[in-house]
Every structure is written in C-alpha cells, then in structure tokens.
Design a protein around this ligand. Structure first.
Ligand code: CA
Ligand code: CA
Length: 499
C-alpha cells in the first residue's frame, strides 16, 4: 500500500504537492528516458557553393552543391531533411525542406523562443505542385528557395525549375508571377503562383519571427523518420551536436498542434495556427503591420490583444473587432483569412488560394470556444463588488483558501468561496501514480518536481507533456513515473499557466 500526503501550498501557482511517505519514493529517473536514436554522426559538407554574398550565387541549382541528385532531390552530405509539425499555408503546394548548419557550429537552443543560428546556416525549401489535386503523377517541380543566415541577418533567393524538371535557374530581384492550369475537385481552373522577390523574403523572415520561421522547438518537437528510424527531431539534432544542448526528454517541451489533433484543445490548435501563419509579422517589431496584435504562441490570449482589439480594417462596421467572441462574422482575424468580404486577404504575401481547413478551425474557435473566455479584468468585475479594490488583485487570496485570485481565475473557481478551489485527486495503481485535476479551457498544465519544496523544475519525464483540456472533457489525468530511489522525497505540483 502506498500512502500519500497532500500538502497544500499557498504560493502562486503551487497547487498541490504530493509526497509519498514511507519507503517507495516517487522520482524521476533518467533510466526511464532511454530512447532509441539513430547512430548518426555529424558529417562535414564539402560541396556547398552558397556564399554569404548573394550576388555571388551560382546561376543553376545544380551548381550550388546542395543536392547530389536533382531528380530525387537527394541532398549532399551534412544537409539534413526536416519537417515542421504545422506547415505554413502555401496554396496546396507540397513542400520539402532541408537545413545545413556549418560544421562545428551550433544552434543556440531555446525552449520556447527563437533559436539563434550561426552565420552560414542555410534552409532549403522546395515546392512541388500537383496540377491535378490529389494525383501524385501530375506533380511538377516549381521552385526551390534558399534562406541564408548572414552575419547581420538573412537573405532569401529562389531557383525556378525548367519545364523538364531537370534543373532550376536563379531568379533575380523581382518577383515572378506564374499561372498554372490545374484540375481541382474535377474542375479545370487556373492557379496563380508567385515566386517571391528577394525583398519579399525578408518581409516575413524577420528577426522577430526568428528568421527561419519553422525552425524552433514548437515546430520540430515531433517524431519523424530519420535514416529508417522514428525519433524525435530535437533529440536527433541534440545528439548530433547541432544544438548546443542535448534533448533527452522532448515530451516536456512545447509543441504546436495541427487542426484535428484531438490530444490538444481547439484553443491550442487555433493558437498554433495563428502563431505559424501570422506571428512572424504580428509580433512586436515583426513588420509594417506588426500591430495591433501579438500572435506568438507563448503569449496568453489576453496579451495577444486579439480579443475585442481594434482592427486596422473594420469593413465599415464599427462592431468589427480583431476577434469578437462568438461572432466570426465580426472578427477581422477570421474575415481577413477568407478574403471573401474584401480584397484584404491575409497574409498579404505568398498566397492566392484560401486555406479552408484553417478557416474552419478559426471560425470554430471564435464561434464555439471563445464565448467562454474571460480576461482577468472581466472575471474580477464579475466576482468582486469593487473590482478596483486591493482584494481583487491577482496576487491577493480573497477567501483565504490558499489560492491567489489569479489561480482561481485560471481555474475558474470562486475567489470568494474557500470551499471552491482547484482540487487534485491522486490515484495509485501498481507502481503508477496518477494525478487527476479539474482543468480550465484557457490554461496549460504541466507538472513540476522538487526535492525541497523550494526549488522547482519541470518534472523530467516523458509522461509530463504540456497538457491542455481535451475537447469535451473537464479533467486532465497525468501520470507520474514511479520508482524507488535514494531516499530523497520527490514533491510534485501541478502548474497552471494562463493561455
Ligand atoms: Ca482564494
Ligand atoms: Ca476559492
């Protein structure tokens, strides 16, 4: 029999600490974290002819030394294929990607912010188009773009493929508009495409956006097939020494979700979509239209300033806000995506075709999910007679139940009722311990561990991913890895973060 003691703490965001008394001690063991990894070694590249000075670029893709076989797009040594979790919308084009980080240089890793890249890093993105949607036989090679990290920023260029698909030629400074006859859903129509100008590349590939937009923890924290083995791409990069740190427990790091990924809330899916498709501009310093909102994924919804935010374009209706809860038809963020009401479809570059799946996700988020959203100010106005009193402050515990008002806000409990607060139930089965807690729709949850109740770190276990409330649920269940160790008690708490 295991015996548990629940220790309640009144510190901000410390919900419950669970310690086991007696012999068996819950712990986090690196031996649980054994993962199969490809025994890949970093290989030096000796073929690349991609200079830091874009004026000295070779005229043909075949001369860049990126691919050893242009037909199959097999890269040269030291150039790694990769895939993001959530691809930026590119008008149904099929994209393939590779990265090169200069040998012996490393990426400066960050859990949830932009990474820093060594000068000479190269990202290669290749675009195919199916002239008949859904028919792989109709695939043609369109263009192959390079993004090169220079000492002071990045430059972007493109190589346009010839009709035979045998080689591609460097495109000049100007954009190249193209038109294709395609068959979409059995109907013949035309699809516009534009090879971006060099200046266009750096409109989106900004410092604020992290330069290489899809090369970060959020996008790469997933399992992909590498050299015939399935493994986490972050772990792989860490093991190769391409990252400046090893990633042994990628599960605890953030990641984006795709539309329809039921392990994540609709809110998480929608925020992922907006982060990928909007935040490279819609973030401070992100570009000419960076204001009025900030779509970066780690911002709480309140701090994105989307809810009831003033839209640059209100479609002639003063009721239109950036996001109007419950009303997609009054939400500029949604209207701008579809472009059916005006001509101002977003994003303004690199797309001529609507993303119907993305639109459906954002529409549903605004219509069905956001009506339940409250900012802290709105919540305290509903819960306190005088919302401006010190008693209504985030840090205050108005009902003395050990939870700050902020915590009650995140958990949607009553800040004036000491009997209403977040609860964590503990269930043990065999050697497993499970925490069950009520979760709120606009929060993320993750476990932290401590040996002294003072210093807390994320519980370093594959069982501890960032959790959001799954659709149709009210509770989250999280396992704690169990074991017997050196006699040091392991305390665990659930941390709720506003999203
Ligand atoms: Ca309280
Ligand atoms: Ca309470």
């Amino acid at each position: 029999m295991h015996k548990f003691e629940i220790v309640e703490k009144g510190v901000d965001l410390v919900r419950y600490c669970v310690s086991q008394k007696g012999k068996g001690l819950w712990r986090v063991l690196s031996s649980f974290l054994l993962v199969t990894v490809a025994q890949g070694q970093r290989v030096e590249n000796t073929t690349l002819q991609v200079p830091l000075d874009q004026d000295a670029l070779p005229q043909l893709l075949s001369e860049t030394g990126i691919f050893q076989d242009l037909e199959t797009l097999t890269p040269e040594a030291g150039i790694l294929p990769y895939e993001p979790i959530l691809a930026f919308w590119s008008d149904s084009a099929i994209k393939s990607r590779w990265v090169y980080i200069p040998y012996e240089d490393q990426i400066g890793f960050s859990d949830d912010r932009s990474w820093s890249f060594p000068t000479g890093s190269i990202w290669v993105k290749h675009f195919d188009l199916e002239l008949e949607r859904g028919n792989p036989e109709s695939r043609i090679k369109l263009e192959t773009r390079l993004l090169v990290k220079t000492s002071f920023g990045v430059y972007g260029v493109s190589y346009q493929w010839n009709e035979g698909g045998t080689d591609a030629t460097l495109v000049g400074n100007e954009a190249v508009p193209l038109t294709f006859d395609i068959i979409d859903n059995g109907e013949a129509r035309q699809q516009l495409w534009e090879i971006p100008s060099r200046a266009d590349c750096t409109v989106c590939h900004t410092f604020a956006g992290g330069m290489a937009l899809s090369f970060n923890t959020w996008q790469l924290n997933h399992e992909i097939d590498i050299e015939g083995q399935t493994q986490n791409f972050l772990t792989y990069l860490g093991n190769l020494g391409i990252l400046d740190t090893e990633i042994n427990t990628p599960e605890i790091l953030p990641r984006y979700s795709r539309a329809g990924d039921s392990e994540y809330s609709i809110d998480h899916q929608a925020r992922s979509y907006l982060a990928v498709n909007c935040s490279y501009c819609h973030a401070p310093g992100g570009g000419p239209e960076s204001e009025p909102f900030d779509a970066r994924p780690y911002r709480s919804l309140d701090r994105t300033r989307m809810i009831d935010g003033t839209a640059n374009l209100d479609y002639g209706n003063s009721l239109v806000k950036l996001v109007m809860r419950g009303s997609p038809e009054l939400s500029a963020v949604f209207l701008n995506m579809s472009g059916t009401v005006g001509v101002n479809r977003m994003p303004p570059l690199a797309t001529f075709e609507r993303d119907l799946e993305g639109e459906a996700l954002i529409e549903r988020w605004i219509q069905e999910i956001l009506p339940d959203y409250l900012s802290y100010d709105e919540w305290k106005a509903q819960n306190f007679e005088d919302p401006n009193s010190a008693e209504a402050d985030e840090g205050f515990d108005a009902d003395g139940d050990g939870e700050s008002n902020e915590l009650e806000f995140i958990g949607r409990t009553n800040p004036n009722d000491p009997n209403d607060r977040s609860r964590v139930a503990v269930r043990s089965e065999g050697s497993e311990l499970e925490l069950i807690y009520n979760a709120a729709p606009f929060a993320e949850y993750q476990l932290e561990a401590s040996e002294d109740l003072v210093n807390w770190d994320r519980l370093d276990s594959p069982d501890n991913p960032v959790r959001t409330l799954p659709e149709g649920e009210t509770q989250i269940e999280t396992k704690i890895p169990a074991g017997h160790e050196n006699g040091t008690p392991q305390f665990v708490r659930v941390v709720a973060t506003e999203r």
